[in-house]
Structure formats: structure tokens, C-alpha cells
Write a protein that binds this ligand. Structure first.
Ligand code: FEO
Length: 402
């Protein structure tokens, strides 16, 4: 794709990766992604903000064909999907300086062997004049590594946010027009890489309140010309309050755990609790991650395999432990044939979750009426716990201003 005009002197550049289906060898990308780079021309100097993933470097370099001079390359984030082509850009513009946080400088030297002399490091709130335009650098750690920052282009009221507010979507839409689609993709992205750092992201969002921006230009997915839409969504995702939601990832080998899951889901639904049920044999783990953003309770369903949990259930527990959702309660249900240690072993996999563990329901063989009664009690306990916290239903788009 060719570069695209945002306004006089500010351009989208970069590459759309329609066919990418996996990120970090872990994260499913059902809708592809983009690596957004931006060119800002000031009256005195020109700056490129971020680059692209190295396999797409040729596209960025062709967009830079008519750009004679680049004085600065801003690196918001050292991860290679944004920084990887910077050495190639510097090959064309050897006098350009790389502008980044001090932490990012060290990472770029380690990852890309960019020499020490090529850097200008910037502190939080520092500005850089391009003549008639001013860049203000805002340190916003953990979106998604510790070295990350955003850039506020003051005169144009544009916030360049890199991963922050980004979405993995390949689209020709320059701006987010299909808000429902972008909301889900941005939530997926938040869940997979930023959720563990939501307390710090609350502070980053607070910092942005004093900045005047009408456009957010992230480095993945479309731009936002109605920033309230994504900023309000982030406030909901990072808040300390979960919603009236249970997430239930499970595996069943011969149907017993499946019967228990069905019974529990029905019992919870009758009590007005929203439940997301995921068969781990077929589910997209990104969908599971999205629902963990809102979940007040996580219930893991697993049969017993060689005394422990099914490996797929262990994987789901490990994933939840890594993503550190704000869930308050957890439980385990499932069946075994002759002996089991699933409760102890699953509990050992989730030390990061600050949850109250509700009585598990583990049955021998097929569930009986006694086991179904135990599941009814678990459903009642979960619903009562949610009621005590006055949890609200999950929200989708929240368009009003805070
Ligand atoms: Fe899009 Fe953390 O890189």
C-alpha cells in the first residue's frame, strides 16, 4: 500500500500484513495485522515514527522513495515488529538520530546492534521541535514492554501510541469505522499483552488526560478519529472491578466433565450470570483471553490424566496465571477414574491469581445426582459472591465521555 495523508505534513506509512495468523509464536491473529509507521514533516526537520516488521521493510522503503531527508526516527518500543526495520532506514538516512527512552536505547542496542552514537534519549515530558511542529514524548511503560513511550504531536492534536490502543486488524480503513470489530480486536490485543500491567496502564491513561488529542495513531490497526471510544474501553478493561462473568475453559475425554460443564453453565445462566464456555480442544485462545478481561470467576473443567489435569487444562491455567486477570474467585470441576490430584496441581499453576478458591466439584466416573447437586451449590455460591460485589454486566462499546 502507498503512504496515506492524515493531514498536511503528517502521513501514515507502513505495511498491512493480511495473512499473518500468529504473533510471538503464540497469539492467534484471525484478522491479520498492520505495522504502522508515520512520517511527520516540520518546517525544519522530518521525523519517522516507528518502522515495520523486517519482512515488510521493502514496503516502507518504497514509501520513503521520495523522502530525501529523515532527521529523526522515533522508536516508541523496541519490539521488532516496530523497530526491526530501523537499521534499514538508517542505511538510507545515516545521519538520522534514533529518539527513544533510555531503557529502549539499551534494548535496541542489544536486539538490533544499533551503535551508541545513533541515539538521542528523551525523558518523560521532553519535547523536540521540528520547526512549526512539536513532539512531546510521554513515557508510558508496559504497553507493552517496560521501555515504551507515546508521542504527542501538539499542534496537530495527534497521539502516536504504538502498541497502546492498537488492534491486530488488516484493513484498508485508515480510521476505525467498524467500531464493534475494532473493539474486539483491541480488547484481544490488550488481553494478550497488556492485561498483566493494568495497574500501570491506569497511570498511563491518567497521564494522557492532560494532553489534547483528537486522533490516536497506534502502530497496529486503524487510527481513531473518535479517541473516546478506545480510551473509555481501556478504562473499563484496566479498572479494578470485574463484571458479572464466569469464564469456563474445559476439556472432556469421555463426556463426564462435559456433563458437569453443561449443568454448571445452565445453573449459572438461570441465576443471571454471563458464562463463557470454551472447549480447549477447539477454542481460539485469543477469545478465551478476551473474556478473562471481564471475568469475576474462573472455573477450570478437567478430567484426570495420569493423576493430574489434562495438559490442555493445565495450559489454560498457566495462561490465566501469566495474564493475571482481575478475577476474584476460582474453582475446578471434573472427573477421575481411580485417583486424582487435579485440584492441588491446578492450584499450583495459578499463584499469580489473587482469588478466593471456591469448593471444587470432582466426581468419580460419570457425575451422579449428588455431583449435580454440588454443582448447583457451586453455582449458587458464585452468584451470591457476584451479588455481594454488586457486579455489573459486561459492557461492549461505551461511547460516552468519562
Ligand atoms: Fe507491536 Fe509489542 O509490539
Amino acid at each position: 500500500m502507498k503512504s496515506r495523508r492524515i493531514n498536511d505534513g503528517v502521513f501514515w506509512m507502513g505495511a498491512i500484513d493480511w495473512d499473518r495468523r500468529l504473533f510471538d509464536s503464540l497469539i492467534p491473529l484471525p484478522d491479520g495485522t498492520s505495522y504502522n509507521s508515520y512520517l511527520v514533516r516540520g518546517s525544519d526537520q522530518t521525523v519517522l515514527l516507528d518502522s515495520v516488521d523486517p519482512p515488510k521493510a521493502e514496503i516502507l522503503m518504497s514509501q520513503l522513495n521520495d523522502v530525501e531527508t529523515v532527521d529523526y526516527v522515533v522508536a516508541h518500543h523496541a519490539e521488532q515488529d516496530h523497530s526491526g526495520a530501523i537499521p534499514i532506514v538508517l542505511g538510507k538516512y545515516p545521519n538520522a538520530k534514533v529518539v527513544c527512552t533510555p531503557k529502549c536505547k539499551g534494548m535496541l542496542m542489544d536486539l538490533l546492534a544499533i551503535p551508541d552514537g545513533a541515539f538521542v534519549t528523551v525523558e518523560d515530558g521532553e519535547t523536540l521541535s521540528l520547526g512549526d511542529r512539536t513532539l512531546e514524548f510521554i513515557h508510558t511503560p508496559w504497553v507493552h514492554w517496560p521501555e515504551t513511550m507515546c508521542t504527542h504531536l501538539r499542534e496537530d492534536k495527534i497521539l502516536f501510541s504504538c502498541d497502546f490502543f492498537g488492534s491486530h486488524i488488516a484493513t484498508t480503513d485508515l480510521y476505525a469505522t467498524d467500531q464493534g470489530r475494532v473493539y474486539e480486536a483491541a480488547k484481544r490485543y490488550f488481553a494478550e499483552i497488556m492485561m498483566p500491567f493494568r495497574k500501570i496502564i491506569q497511570k498511563n491513561l491518567d497521564k494522557l488526560k492532560s494532553r489534547n488529542f483528537e486522533i490516536i495513531a497506534p502502530s497496529h490497526g486503524p487510527l481513531y478519529d473518535r479517541p473516546d471510544f478506545i480510551v473509555n474501553a481501556y478504562w473499563d478493561w484496566v479498572s479494578d472491578e470485574p463484571h458479572n462473568v464466569v469464564v469456563l475453559p474445559y476439556v472432556s475425554m469421555h463426556g463426564s466433565t462435559d456433563l458437569m460443564v453443561t449443568h454448571l453453565v445452565n445453573a449459572l445462566a438461570e441465576k443471571g450470570v454471563t458464562v463463557h464456555q470454551f472447549d480447549l480442544c477447539v477454542t481460539d485462545i485469543g477469545k478465551l483471553a478476551i473474556t478473562l478481561v471481564d471475568a469475576a470467576t474462573i472455573v477450570i473443567g478437567t478430567p484426570t490424566v495420569h493423576v493430574g489435569p489434562h495438559p490442555l487444562a493445565a495450559y489454560a491455567a498457566l495462561l490465566a496465571n501469566i495474564l493475571r486477570p482481575k478475577a476474584r474467585f476460582a474453582s475446578i470441576i471434573g472427573s477421575y477414574g481411580w485417583s486424582t490430584k487435579v485440584v492441588e496441581q491446578i492450584a499450583g499453576l495459578i499463584p499469580n491469581l489473587k482469588v478466593e478458591v471456591l469448593d471444587p466439584v470432582i466426581c468419580k466416573g460419570r457425575p451422579t445426582q449428588v455431583d449435580f447437586a454440588s454443582l448447583d451449590r457451586l453455582a449458587e455460591t458464585i452468584a451470591a459472591k457476584h451479588r455481594e460485589l454488586s457486579l455489573s454486566p459486561p459492557v461492549a462499546l461505551r461511547l460516552e465521555s468519562r
